[in-house]
Structure formats: structure tokens, C-alpha cells
Write a protein that binds this ligand. Structure first.
Ligand SMILES: Cc1ncc(COP(=O)(O)O)c(C=O)c1O
Length: 399
């Protein structure tokens, strides 16, 4: 079993998280530490490395046939892990999850159409709508009893005013909500009533902790949801394989699937990367024990971060039910300082995603990626506690 405590140096490997760190966040005397972009610090399951090594050792990389074993592994995975029987014929290639989302938006909505998102939200959701000349309509989530909820009344108004599609994030980045079957059924009923296409991004589906309701695939909640939605996912968050850009759409609706595949074909983008397909097949076929280890490691990281951040006056961590991301409100602590959360953290040598990129006006928030060895997380928590003490004591107290 892999030792998740083990630090694996990544600087100099061409990874954005470490190699763009100083350029984006600046240098820091204690060394800037990255908790931003959503990949983890963990080596993938050994079975995946071995599969890649076997293929690389062959030394010839000509045109591949589509890896049917990988497609079948995807279908089995959804049946086994998410109790949803997927016909392998519904699975379409996608160049990364966002590549598929962009293609679906361009194909199934028209320029000027309204596309809804629920904020705070993963920033590329905004970009993919606006850059493709659709109109972004935001329906903010509402915080109740320490948890974010969908505002279905707000969504109904948006649907009633003619929105064509909802770009849905499940589990939700950055709040870590794992939507319950009841919430998904209510959403599906609303989308059905107004004929709104749901594009469901389920890239974080496997990273769900005990005690949460468990991930429910959106297309599985009703006959309409099955025909009226498109799901995108990939093994990239689960198994740390984002660099392959190997993802997939699951499109049970035959007409939509044919339209999607025709468009992929017209763009000469229907063939996946061979090594990515191999890695995906190996991860879904042989990575389950590794994933169980990862989940208990991440859960302990989450609990540690919630406990320590939650004991700092004026700091409120949202407890993620899934994902390795934590949405943290520093508003109470920083109220009189004139600092944004990301600015405060940067002064401590910590690179986190800034709240305002997920929702307007959220300068007091930041998103922490806790997918790292415990010692690295502890270093960050220690620096935040130290920084908070300095803020609380003020310039005179710390002098
Ligand atoms: C909700 C969500 N969708 C999509 C992506 C990116 O996926 P890809 O790199 O496969 O486009 C991320 C990465 O953080 C994400 O959090």
C-alpha cells in the first residue's frame, strides 16, 4: 500500500502547481508552498505506473485503436462504485472534462443563450460560458446550518426566464457539497419542467467521505435526467492523472450522443491519447485499494484542517463532504486589516486560490487543496495560526 505521508518532489517536473508558483504568487523567504490548483501530491497507484512502463518500454507509439478495455473499465467502475449501470456504448471520448463541457455548450446551446451556474463555482465554468459567447447567469448557493444548499427558487426563475442549460458541479467545487439524491431529484424535476439541458461535471465523484450521502450520478435520478443530461468525468482527480487530459462523457441519449460524436469527429478530436487511455484503464481496473487508502488519508487531513482552522477566531472552514478542496472564510479575522484572504496567505508563503475567482465579492475566502502529505498541511496550518495571532494581537501586540 502506498505511503501517502511520503513527500514526492515535483518542482522541475513541468507541473503548474510547483513550477509556476513563484511566477504567479511571488517568492517568500520561508519558501512559497502550493495549495492551489487541484491536483494532489501523491504518486498514482503502482499498477498504473507499471502499465505505462510496459507500454513505454515497447518504444513504438503509432496510431492506436480506441482502447475498448479502458471504456469497459469506465462502465464497470460506475456500476460498482456509483451503483449506476452504464452501457459502454454511452461512453464518448473527451479531451479533459472541460474540453467536453465546452464542446457540449457549443453544440447544444446557441450564441447568446443563457447558461446557469451555481456560485461560488470553479472559475473555468464562467470562462467556458462567456468565452463561447453565451450569457452566464449566476444562481448563488445559500448557506444554511453550516452547509451550502441549492436555491431552487432562484434556479426556477432563471429556468423560467429561458435559460437553455445548467452547468452543474457534483460534487461541488469549491464548497465540497455532495448533493443528496433528494436534492438531485428536485433539480431534475425543475430542469424537466423547463426543458433545460443539465451538463453535469462529476469529476470529483470518487472523492466522497464516509458520513456523506455518497455520490449519486445525476443521470441516474430519473428517466428524464437520463435522457436530458450529459455527464462528464475522468480519473484525473481520483488517481492524479490530470496531465493526460483523458476524460469521457456519458451520454445515454442516442441523438445527443451521435451529435456529440459527429462533432468530435469533425474536429478530428475523437481519438484519445494512448498512454492516457492505458492509465485510465489500469486505474479503474486495479486502483480501488489505493483509492480506499487515499480516501482515509484525505479524510484525516480534512478533519485536521477543519479542527485547527475552526479554532482560529474569525476563520470558518466549510467541511467538505467530498473533494480534496476546502472553502474557507477568513472574513471575521481580516475584517479590519484591509487584506484579502489570498493576500494574507501569500504574506505567510501560502499559495491558495483566491475566493473572488469563484464568486464576485468573495475576497475574504480562499480555497485550500489538502491533497498533500500531512506534514505539508501541518506546515500550512501552523503558518495560518501564526499569521492569525499576529492579526489578532495587532502591530503593538506582536512588537
Ligand atoms: C469541477 C471541475 N471540473 C473540471 C476540472 C478540470 O478538468 P480537466 O482538466 O479534465 O478539464 C476541474 C479541475 O479542478 C474541476 O474541479
Amino acid at each position: 500500500m502506498f505511503d501517502f505521508h511520503e513527500p514526492v518532489p515535483r518542482a522541475g517536473t513541468g507541473c503548474k502547481k510547483w513550477d509556476l508558483l513563484d511566477r504567479i504568487f511571488g517568492e517568500h523567504p520561508r519558501g512559497m508552498l502550493p495549495f492551489w490548483i487541484a491536483d494532489t501530491e501523491f504518486r498514482v497507484p503502482e499498477e498504473v505506473v507499471e502499465e505505462l512502463r510496459r507500454r513505454v518500454d515497447h518504444g513504438i507509439f503509432g496510431y492506436p485503436v480506441r482502447d475498448q478495455r479502458a471504456v469497459e473499465a469506465v462502465a464497470r467502475w460506475w456500476g460498482r462504485r456509483h451503483r449506476w449501470e452504464v452501457d459502454p456504448g454511452w461512453i464518448c471520448h473527451s479531451h479533459g472534462v472541460m474540453g467536453g463541457v465546452a464542446l457540449a455548450i457549443r453544440l447544444f446551446t446557441r450564441e447568446g443563450d443563457r447558461v446557469a451556474v451555481q456560485t461560488p463555482i470553479y472559475p473555468p465554468f464562467r470562462w467556458v460560458v462567456e468565452n463561447n459567447r453565451r450569457v452566464l447567469v449566476e444562481n448563488p448557493l445559500v448557506m444554511r446550518d453550516g452547509r451550502y444548499h441549492m436555491d431552487l427558487n432562484g434556479l426556477e426563475e432563471i429556468f423560467a426566464s429561458g435559460a437553455r442549460a445548467l452547468l452543474f458541479c457534483s460534487p461541488h467545487n469549491p464548497t465540497g457539497r455532495v448533493w443528496t439524491r433528494g436534492e438531485l431529484e428536485a433539480l431534475a424535476a425543475l430542469a424537466e419542467r423547463y426543458g433545460v439541458l443539465v451538463i453535469s461535471d462529476e469529476i470529483h465523484c470518487d472523492l466522497v467521505y464516509d458520513g456523506s450521502p455518497g455520490h449519486v450520478p445525476f443521470p441516474s435520478v430519473s428517466p428524464w435526467a437520463r435522457e436530458g443530461s450529459i455527464l462528464f468525468s475522468s480519473p484525473s482527480k481520483t488517481f492524479n492523472l490530470a496531465g493526460f487530459y483523458t476524460a469521457y462523457g456519458i451520454i445515454p441519449n442516442g441523438a445527443m450522443r451521435r451529435a456529440y460524436e459527429t462533432e468530435l469527429n469533425n474536429l478530428f478530436m475523437d481519438q484519445g491519447n494512448e498512454l492516457g487511455q492505458r492509465a485510465m484503464g489500469a486505474a479503474y481496473s486495479a486502483g480501488e485499494a489505493w483509492l480506499e487508502g487515499l480516501l482515509s488519508y484525505l479524510k484525516a487531513n480534512r478533519d485536521l484542517a477543519v479542527r485547527r482552522l475552526g479554532s482560529i477566531p474569525g476563520v470558518i472552514p466549510t467541511v467538505p463532504e467530498g473533494t480534496f478542496l476546502m472553502w474557507i472564510d477568513f472574513g471575521g479575522l481580516l475584517r479590519d486589516t484591509g487584506l484579502t484572504a489570498a493576500g494574507f496567505l501569500k504574506c505567510l508563503g501560502l499559495a491558495l486560490n483566491k475566493g473572488e475567482s469563484f464568486a464576485e465579492g468573495h475576497q475574504a475566502f480562499a480555497r485550500l487543496n489538502f491533497g498533500c502529505p500531512r506534514a505539508m498541511l501541518e506546515e500550512a496550518l501552523g503558518r495560518i495560526e501564526e499569521g492569525a495571532r499576529a492579526v489578532i494581537l495587532g502591530p503593538r501586540g506582536s512588537a
